[in-house]
Write a protein that binds this ligand. Sequence first.
Ligand SMILES: [Zn+2]
Length: 141
Amino acid sequence: MNEPEDLETFCTYYEVLARKLVRPEQRAALGEVLAAARSGDDFTQPLRRILGTVVPPDSLDQDASSAYLLTELLRQAEIPFRPTIRSEGPTWPGTSVGEPLPQVFGCPARGCTRLWVRRPGKNIPVCQVDGCPLVERSPTA
Ligand SMILES: [Zn+2]
């Protein structure tokens, strides 16, 4: 079972991973992760396969979680990664006192918890988990 945080991480970083991981076996494994994320199948095994293309496969703990495998994959691919802190509950971006309320979009997919703040000149991203563009959210919805 894929955790919402893992789907969010994958959804957020899929495109940059796809740009970095260009070897045929990496593309194939990334495609498997994407297919599993979309079908709701556990993506730990394809994650392990793709990480095994950048580190010695024997060095991977058999019990490594999807969260660990994703984080390590981003680290090995030299992609800056800032994990979402969930201990205090999801925080709404830019809701400090005195700041204008940003236009916030969220993934339409069940299970994916990605949020995205609209920036000038940026197209609304597509959720990698269900293939649809993110939809506008409000702090109360
Ligand atoms: Zn998503």
